[in-house]
Design a protein around this ligand. Structure first.
Ligand SMILES: Nc1ncnc2c1ncn2[C@@H]1O[C@H](COP(=O)(O)OP(=O)(O)OP(=O)(O)O)[C@@H](O)[C@H]1O
Length: 233
């Protein structure tokens, strides 16, 4: 029987009088890979921040299993110009890491040559790799990833998506990931959650593809998506 690791229960949130999230409820269970999709401004990052208790909802509750070990990558991360910190010190910040695990993980994510550089001098893509490395080093059983491959070139995206999938499969790590890459979403998620302030639809990729609200929201991408999806299945 799968266990609920984290859940949102009737969560609502407004910002400056504008409803960002309206009565959102869902659960992330062991073994699941949920991808959170929705147009720009739909409330995806706000929902993630509420799940992580970085911001408080106006209504509703977040529940977490006491066995949760979280790895997280934010959508935006800008290193502070005035607090110089090396990549290796950043990876070790607030977490104990053994040397072998550091070597293995940084080799997997391709940042082994960056460890002694200053975080603030890295490119956007390099910072994404560092953030993902930090999340993996937490030995998570839940990964919460807000657009984790942004700023990466196509090969880098494929490589990191594969790593996330490997960690999900091999380490039984549940994943909640925000992504705009519908091809990947349909291929790799066990569940898709389509958000536009409220939950428009949630279910397995095959079911979502048939949903009228999903089709309406992503109308401009549907022809291409269906061509590829039908081809593969
Ligand atoms: N702290 C904040 N400051 C300004 N606006 C906010 C803040 N929090 C939420 N909002 C507003 O809430 C709405 C949802 O933002 P959010 O970042 O959650 O959307 P998103 O679905 O992640 O969008 P995107 O796909 O563009 O990243 C936006 O209109 C945003 O302007």
């Amino acid at each position: 029987m799968s266990e609920v690791l984290i859940s949102a229960n009737h969560v609502s949130f407004s910002h400056h009088g504008k409803k960002v999230l309206d009565d959102v409820s869902f659960e992330l269970r062991t073994g699941e890979f949920i991808t959170l999709i929705g147009p720009n401004g739909a409330g995806k990052s706000s929902l993630i921040k509420i799940l992580l208790e970085l911001i408080a909802p106006d209504d509703g509750k977040i529940k977490k299993s006491k066995y949760i070990r979280l790895g997280y990558t934010p959508q935006k991360f800008i290193p502070n110009e005035f607090i110089p910190i090396s990549v290796i010190d950043f990876l070790k910040l607030n977490q104990k890491i053994n040397t072998q695990s550091l070597i293995n993980t940084t080799t997997l994510t391709g940042i082994e040559t960056l460890l002694h550089l200053s975080l603030k001098n890295l490119s956007g893509g390099e910072i994404q790799r560092v953030l993902l490395t930090r999340a993996f080093l937490a030995k998570p059983n839940v990964l919460i990833l807000d657009e984790p491959v942004q700023n990466l070139d196509v090969n880098g995206q494929m490589h990191l998506y594969k790593l996330i999938q490997d960690i999900h499969n091999q380490q039984n790590c549940a994943v909640l990931m925000v992504s705009h890459d519908l091809h990947r979403v349909m291929k790799e998620s066990t569940q898709v959650l389509c958000l536009y302030h409220h939950i428009c639809c949630m279910g397995q990729p095959e079911t979502i593809l048939k949903n009228a609200q999903f089709n309406h929201l992503f109308a401009d991408q549907m022809d291409e998506l269906m061509a590829t999806y039908k081809h593969k299945h």
